[in-house]
Design a protein around this ligand. Structure first.
Ligand code: NIG
Ligand code: FE
Length: 374
């Protein structure tokens, strides 16, 4: 490593003589990887939804709970009521779980505020988490996550508020790197989401979209055609959507934690994504309703056991493809000369073994931008 970058990679025996005088460190464990990247989280939120989970165990569906005014709206009420410091403190506990497993970069969404002030509060909390923890944080503005109760029956009026007031405000304050939305029959249509994403693009934000999680709305195709960095969930995506993603270089972010926790049965079309060479990332989707998951290693295991990814695809999913999903592929995600030295080392002897255990943590240490972290 030279400063914060990787200077050379290869077998020790091939190390050029020019490096003879450089400091050497021998790491414990058998494997060095890029630090892991969680490219889809809602880790900042108030309250929890444990009682909603119990209702689902007794037979209520996620969709029914949402239509009855629970679900995301319940977390919106708790998040609006929480102070910024409270949001930072509760999210920090979840972030620490991820860091303990080699996390170097995380994406954090807003989307539980649904008014300008509360969305900004969430995004400021996310930026604070990045400064306090030393982990690289990328933020996504998710104002179009659910229809706030006050706009019941007037979704287009709410979309206008997102486009005309909220987006310009979060961009002006420098709080958002990217823009996301929830395109679904219980949230917003592809037409409504197009309006939001087009505005976000004109303001210089990267684009991503929760698409085809519970039904096929054509959101993935629409977002890919706008040049989205990622489309996420994708259980119900069709071939037109996958092709559009392949053409645009859009990353498929798979979220097996939500599939598992909601007891879904329709899997994303992995074979079709492989055929069209769409890069596949894996993320925790950490959120109180559909995926209270704070382990990327378990996410990788679920990607294999539930969706049929290979263990090496799972590792690429939380490194190379996750970096691409955040638009950071030229700096992060692989061990290559010139990339940022964000590294994790592990007590395993084969890359495929990271996704194999359930509940074990073979992480032994981390290097962040060339700095040792113990
Ligand atoms: O990614 N799908 C929309 N958003 C989240 C769930 C949010 C919630 O239920 O609080 C997701 O699954
Ligand atoms: Fe999500």
């Amino acid at each position: 490593m030279d400063g914060d970058c990787i200077a050379w990679v290869g077998p020790a025996a091939a190390l050029p003589a020019a490096y003879d005088g450089w400091t050497r460190e021998t790491l414990p464990g058998g494997l060095l990887t890029p630090a892991l990247i969680d490219c889809h989280t809602h880790i900042v939120y108030g309250g929890n939804r444990a009682s909603e989970w119990e209702r689902r165990l007794l037979g209520a569906s996620y969709e029914e709970i949402s239509r009855a005014g629970g679900g995301i709206r319940a977390t919106v009420a708790a998040t609006r009521a929480a102070s910024e410091d409270e949001l930072v403190a509760s999210a920090r506990r979840r972030l620490d779980d991820l860091i303990a497993e080699g996390l170097g970069t995380i994406e954090i969404k807003s989307g539980y505020g649904l008014d300008t002030q509360s969305e900004c509060k969430m995004l400021r909390a996310a930026r604070t988490l990045g400064r306090d923890s030393g982990i690289r944080v990328r933020t996504s503005f998710l104002g179009a996550h659910a229809l706030p109760a006050a706009y019941e029956g007037r979704p287009d009026t709410y979309i206008d508020l997102v486009v005309e007031e909220m987006l310009p405000a979060v961009v002006e304050a420098g709080l958002a790197d990217d823009c996301d939305g929830f395109c679904e029959n219980i949230a917003f249509s592809a037409k409504q989401m197009r309006k939001v994403l087009e505005k976000a693009k004109s303001l210089g934000l990267g684009l991503r979209l929760h698409a085809e999680q519970l039904s096929n709305q054509g959101g993935a195709q629409m977002a890919a055609e706008l040049g989205a960095l990622s489309c996420d969930h994708l259980e119900y995506v069709d071939e037109a959507g996958v092709k559009a993603m392949a053409d645009a270089g859009t990353v498929a972010v798979l979220l097996p934690g939500a599939f598992y926790f909601l007891g879904e049965s329709k899997k994303p079309p992995i074979a079709m994504m492989r055929d069209h060479r769409v890069p596949m990332a894996l993320a925790s989707d950490c959120n109180p309703g559909s995926s209270p998951l704070t382990s990327l290693l378990l996410t990788m295991n679920m990607g294999c056991t539930l969706f049929g990814l290979t263990p090496e695809e799972a590792l690429a999913g939380t490194t190379r493809a996750a970096a691409a999903a955040l638009g950071l592929g030229t700096h992060l995600g692989t061990l290559e000369v010139g990339k940022t030295a964000d590294l994790a080392y592990w007590d395993v002897d084969h890359p495929g073994h990271l996704a194999y255990p359930l509940g074990a943590n073979p992480h032994r240490g981390q290097i962040r931008a060339g700095q040792w972290v113990t």
